[in-house]
Design a protein around this ligand. Structure first.
Ligand code: LLP
Length: 439
């Protein structure tokens, strides 16, 4: 079996003995030291992606712009430290993410607080922790923010989340920019204009501008231009009607990351220069002041920085039907196939040069549930046996952050790889942790 094409990112290589290397380090050795399942994260790749987004955005829009890392993709203290060092802002969606960012001493004035349903407690917590911007979803929330800000005698900066009505043709479950979305206020229904006028009347709210997010895993780069067109027309229309000049335009995240070799490679340069050219030209045409442009990449910064290692357990061959390779993880550490049918590349980390016959197998987890599948129909050496190591690629985004304790299985640790060294950023959960909250 030749896996060359499956080494989908430059941080994945194979040594002479057929061991899979990640960020230059022997994954079988990492599995031995840290045990499995384990999430590996390539710190250098994360930093490289941060710099690439920052440079491409600045080259396209000038200095007045900001890359916000969408921390829902992977949220733990070390990642906020890295993001802060790289000069990015962040998008946070809960008190838990705010608390984690604070623990990393993240500059909270560069934190943008999202979510379609901020409770009064969330709003108070975010204000007390100095969150810079509230991305306000709806009218009720606007008034709740006004009330909390007024209690504190402050003027809270906000953006309004607008629904531009774009269908980016991705998975339905991660499609969030359409008019019938649970997120934001739609332009089409007039609710976007209404909420803008109400925000301008709020004494304790400073309307800084508008936000939209059209979906995730967006392969088609032109969709961002189409989104910008709708948003800029809206901004120009609001200016005509109210005189309000938009200071910030946040176009959200959704940039593509690679999970398999069939998928295309996308870099920030595939999206941003086009977008910059379009926005700069449109601003002139519409006669509106240039806003600060923000983007919110999550997945594209961390997905390919991640890899999960598992140890193979039971191998079940059902003649005439199916083969199963079971691993010591599953839907608690990777629920994405179960939820979205997401594709993955799975490699035999200790057998990359195995040229024996292959078999096709479903790689499945250890939960008491048939839907606990990491990936169906994976081509693996037929010599696979208990104790072999499997690597699931591109697991840096929405894996640790979506990990759960189904079947009371403890969550894996996050081990960071940086310039040839490895260190634990999040320790392995234990059975003691699992019982720690029970009274
Ligand atoms: N900004 C907002 C407002 C968002 O809702 C999201 C993602 C992002 C930015 C970042 O999008 P990204 O660049 O990561 O695509 N759990 C799903 C993904 C849900 C994305 C939700 N919002 C998954 O595992 O694929």
């Amino acid at each position: 079996m030749n896996y060359d094409k499956d080494l989908i990112c430059e941080n994945i290589t194979v040594d002479a003995e057929g061991k899979l290397l990640f960020a230059g380090q022997d994954t079988t050795e990492l599995a031995r030291i840290y045990e499995t399942p384990v999430y590996l994260m390539d710190e250098d790749y994360i930093r490289k992606q941060c710099r690439a987004f920052k440079k491409a955005l600045e080259d396209s829009f000038g200095e007045d712009c900001m890359v916000l890392y969408a921390s829902k993709a992977a949220s733990f203290i070390k990642i906020y430290e890295i993001i802060a060092e790289e000069g990015l802002g962040t998008d946070v969606v809960s008190c838990g993410e705010i608390c984690t960012a604070k623990k990393a001493a993240f500059p909270m004035e560069k934190a943008f607080f999202h979510s379609n349903n901020k409770t009064d407690r969330d709003i108070a917590y975010a204000m007390d922790n100095g969150v810079g911007y509230f991305v306000t979803d709806n009218e009720e929330e606007l008034f709740a923010i006004e009330k909390e800000a007024s209690k504190r005698g402050i003027k809270q900066k906000i953006l309004l989340r607008i629904t531009p009505g774009i269908d980016p043709h991705t998975f339905k479950a991660v499609r969030t920019g359409c008019v019938d979305s649970k997120f934001g206020s739609a332009i089409e229904t007039g609710q976007a204009e209404e909420i803008t006028k109400k925000a301008l009347d709020c004494e304790h709210v400073e309307l800084m501008g508008f936000h939209c997010h059209i979906g995730s895993q967006i392969e088609e780069t032109e969709i961002y231009v189409r989104t910008a067109e709708i948003m800029l027309d809206f901004i120009a229309d609001i200016r005509r009607k109210t005189g309000y000049e938009t200071k910030v335009l946040d176009l959200g995240g959704g940039f593509f990351a690679r999970y398999t070799s069939e998928q295309p490679v996308r870099t920030p340069w595939d999206y941003l220069p086009n977008l910059g050219e379009y926005i700069n030209a449109s601003i002139e045409r519409l006669g509106i002041p240039k806003p600060m442009v923000c983007i919110e990449p999550g997945r594209s910064i961390v997905a390919e920085a991640g890899m999960t290692l598992y140890t193979v357990g039971t191998i079940k061959k059902i003649p005439g039907y199916k083969n199963y390779v079971s691993v010591d993880g599953g839907m608690p550490d990777n629920i994405r196939f179960a939820l979205y049918g997401s594709p993955y590349t799975i490699l035999p980390a200790n057998k990359m040069n195995d040229i024996s016959e292959t078999m096709t197998a479903d790689v499945v987890g250890r939960c008491c549930e048939s839907g606990d599948i990491i990936q169906p129909n994976v081509e693996l050496p037929s010599s696979m046996k208990r104790g072999d190591i499997l690597a699931c690629l591109s697991t840096g985004a929405y894996h640790y952050s979506m990990a759960n304790n189904y079947n009371r299985i403890p969550r894996p640790p996050v081990v960071m790889l940086q310039a040839g060294r490895a260190y634990v950023a999040v320790r392995r959960e234990t059975e003691k942790d699992i019982c720690a909250l029970d009274i």
